[in-house]
Write a protein that binds this ligand. Structure first.
Ligand code: CP
Ligand code: NVA
Length: 311
């Protein structure tokens, strides 16, 4: 029996200094791509659709000299065609590292328990840690050190929000989130973000009033009201989230020149308006671009290769 490998299953798996190191590494790899992953193979196991995550992992591996193999939802058939623990043990015989997009967090925890190679969360219902790393890389590129700067998230207390608040609070940001009653972050995420903000000199506030969250914020972030797998709740959610749209009026509460952020895909006319997406302060496509480099940094780090990166 070998020692269990290091995984990235949730944003809280990373200590604050590890988040900083990953962002530094991501920026180095972006400035100077190099074949540090030569001979390394990544499995992309996806139980939900994806554009950015799939492409950025795949292209990122090849940019750094490695390769990737994609398994679509109907091929994986986890829990139906085959038990998670059998998939995890078989896949580990073929590849060096795995990125898994699934439904509940319990699935990826079960998978990781049986995987002898590192497992990266490529989105679950509860977490999207790779997105949050790319988001912090993006803000670092635009703001310099993000410590002491402010970010507001308005909308659903979902996977993207949970990873964002924990990661941003770890880096000393002042983080505010506003969600309608009943759609806020889980208690354990609030506790984690608050604890990390206390330790980093940042702050964390969970509210229901979106204008209060957005007031004077230097970055304003939103995500879909209805996530993948929640499609039956679409109408109920549209009503519940009325007043939480990121539009010109909402942006007027923010600091002048506030960055507009969204992880994509966006539902125009629901959580965000066309003019907010297209505004000159939008960094949305920088976020998408940085998925590739943030994830490359995660892969390199989990494979123990960070010290071989030059430049
Ligand atoms: N932001 C994001 O994860 O996009 P995809 O669902 O297209 O991968
Ligand atoms: N909250 C969204 C994020 C998509 C990248 C979802 O889970 O569908």
């Amino acid at each position: 029996m070998t020692d269990s490998p290091r995984h990235l299953l949730a944003s809280s798996d990373l200590r604050p200094h590890e988040i900083t190191d990953l962002i530094v590494l991501a920026r180095r790899l972006k400035a100077s791509p190099q074949p540090v992953l030569k001979g390394k193979e990544l499995a992309l196991l996806f139980e939900k659709p994806s554009l950015r995550t799939r492409m950025s992992f795949d292209v990122g591996m090849r940019r750094l000299g490695g390769d990737a193999v994609y398994m679509a939802p109907q091929e994986v058939g986890i829990g139906e065609r085959e038990a998670i623990k059998d998939v995890a043990r078989a896949v580990a015989r073929y590849v060096d590292i795995v990125a898994f997009r699934t439904f509940g967090q319990a699935n990826i925890e079960e998978y990781a328990k049986f995987s002898s190679v590192p497992v990266i969360n490529a989105l679950t219902e509860e977490e999207h840690p790779c997105q949050a790393l790319a988001d912090m890389q993006t803000l670092t590129e635009h703001m310099g050190d993000v410590a002491g700067h402010s970010i507001a998230f308005i909308g659903d207390g979902n996977n993207v929000a949970a990873s964002l608040v924990v990661t941003a609070a770890s880096l000393g940001m002042h983080v505010r989130i506003a969600s309608p009653p009943g759609y806020g972050l889980p208690e354990h995420v609030v506790a984690e973000a608050s604890g990390r903000a206390d330790a980093s000199g940042g702050s964390f506030t969970a509210l229901t009033a979106p204008d209060e969250a957005v007031r004077d914020a230097e970055a304003v972030y939103t995500d879909v009201w209805t996530s993948m797998g929640q499609e039956r709740e679409t109408e109920r959610r549209r009503l519940a989230f009325e007043g939480y749209q990121l539009d010109r009026t909402m942006l007027n509460y923010a600091a002048p020149g506030a960055f507009v952020m969204h992880d994509l895909p966006a539902h125009r006319g629901e959580e965000i308006t066309e003019d907010a997406i297209e505004s000159p302060n939008s960094v949305i496509f920088d976020q998408a671009e940085n998925r590739l480099w943030a994830q490359a940094a995660v892969v390199v780090t989990l494979l123990g290769l960070a010290d071989s990166v030059t430049g």
